[in-house]
Design a binder for this molecule. Structure first.
Ligand code: FAD
Ligand code: SF4
Length: 328
């Protein structure tokens, strides 16, 4: 590990000043960044600890929620308003990592955690365009059971590993940002990028930009939401695929639906094709499955992950059927 400085920021203004140098990194719980530093993948010259910034979870004037970026994953999952109004968010967080890690991990760090592609971590043995641009991608043609099937490129097929981001993107979450030049807000759906030919550029953030908060708009539909994660073991494993869904059914027809997928793409994947196909349709398993398969039609699979499109489609259909039955 290389030498670096450490500074604890007490407000966002101080954080963005300290985080301005090109090799500075913000430090949340450190559960991903410190591992990457130990492996020599991240080599910051300065760490700016932002765990002392806002951890509050408050209702907005519009009836949504504003969640400070330093709130722990555990605090968000356990919060009464999150559990009551956005249950899929609570369940997604609880489906991730372990209790100890969820206590340490922050909202900002969870959003910006990096891929778990094993070749990305293998600094001495593997070629990886994300780690060393232009080197090649050993996951293509290698072990790629966990890799992406939507939005991939010939340069990178990594997935974004976050569970928390999947319901957030389904519920149109907004990310509030601060930088030396001022503040701005963008949709979470616009934060993460497809890999294209620059997989090392993972987000739409400018250098030194700090996540200060996440805002969930009011969404009555989200009260009837669910998260299902399919993985190789029942706990302490990343998703093979995951589904966040919210559904409203009236007179046995779908009147509104939100769907997002994890484990299938370089970013949290909002399933807009399926959503559009479902509105106005009968709330039946066959309709759900047909819409889900339409979403996955563009999937490009590899040797070890050819099962993912159908697994994702069937999981979407199963989750929607459960939500529909709860409203029958
Ligand atoms: C064994 C293990 C199992 C795991 N299993 C799962 C799982 O099943 N599902 C899942 O979703 N996750 C899982 N994780 C990942 C875990 O959720 C992340 O490590 C954690 O959420 C990262 O949060 P952090 O606060 O520790 O981030 P850090 O490690 O501190 O930071 C991560 C990145 O975010 C940046 N950052 C942090 N805060 C900010 C901010 N406010 N503004 C801008 N940039 C910021 C940092 O600079 C860094 O680049 C697992 C991790 C481990 C170690
Ligand atoms: S899939 Fe992406 S992260 Fe994994 S080896 Fe290929 S380029 Fe690297």
């Amino acid at each position: 590990m290389e030498l670096f400085t450490y500074e604890r920021a007490h407000n966002p203004e101080a954080a963005v000043i300290a985080g301005a140098p090109s090799r500075a990194k913000f430090l949340g719980g450190g559960t991903n960044l410190v591992d990457l530093m130990r492996e020599g993948i991240e080599r910051p010259s300065a760490l700016v600890d932002v765990t002392g910034l806002s951890q509050t979870i408050v209702e907005t004037a519009e009836g949504g929620l504003l969640i400070g970026a330093a709130a722990s994953n555990a605090a968000v999952a356990e919060h009464r308003l999150v559990r009551n109004r956005y249950p899929a968010l609570s369940r997604a967080i609880l489906a991730g990592a372990s209790a100890q890690i969820r206590n340490m991990a922050t909202v900002g760090g969870n959003i910006l955690q990096r891929t778990r592609c094993r070749y990305f971590y293998d600094v001495n043995g593997a070629r990886c365009n994300k780690r060393d641009p232009g080197q090649g991608c050993d996951a293509i043609g290698g072990f790629n059971r966990y890799h992406a099937v939507l939005g991939t490129s010939s340069h990178c097929i990594a997935t974004h590993p976050s569970d928390m981001c999947i319901p957030l993107v389904a519920f149109d979450a907004i990310v509030h940002l601060a930088a030396n030049g001022g503040s701005r807000s963008i949709k979470l759906a616009e934060l993460h990028r497809d890999p294209g030919d620059t997989p090392q550029i993972e987000t739409a953030l400018d250098p030194g930009e700090l996540i200060t908060a996440i805002e969930l708009p009011p969404l009555a539909l989200a009260r009837r939401s669910a998260y299902r994660k399919v993985r190789d073991r029942a706990s302490y494993a990343f998703a093979l695929i995951s589904v966040a869904a919210a559904l409203h059914v009236d007179d046995n027809r779908v009147t509104d639906v939100r769907l997002a997928l994890g484990g299938v793409a370089h970013k949290p994947w909002r399933a807009l094709i399926a959503e559009r196909a479902l509105v106005g349709q009968p709330a039946t398993y066959d309709t759900f499955l047909a819409a889900a398969r339409a979403e996955l039609r563009a999937a490009q699979t590899q040797r070890d992950n050819a099962f993912k499109p159908e697994l994702a489609a069937r999981t979407i259909a199963a989750v929607l059927r459960t939500l529909a039955e709860e409203q029958a």
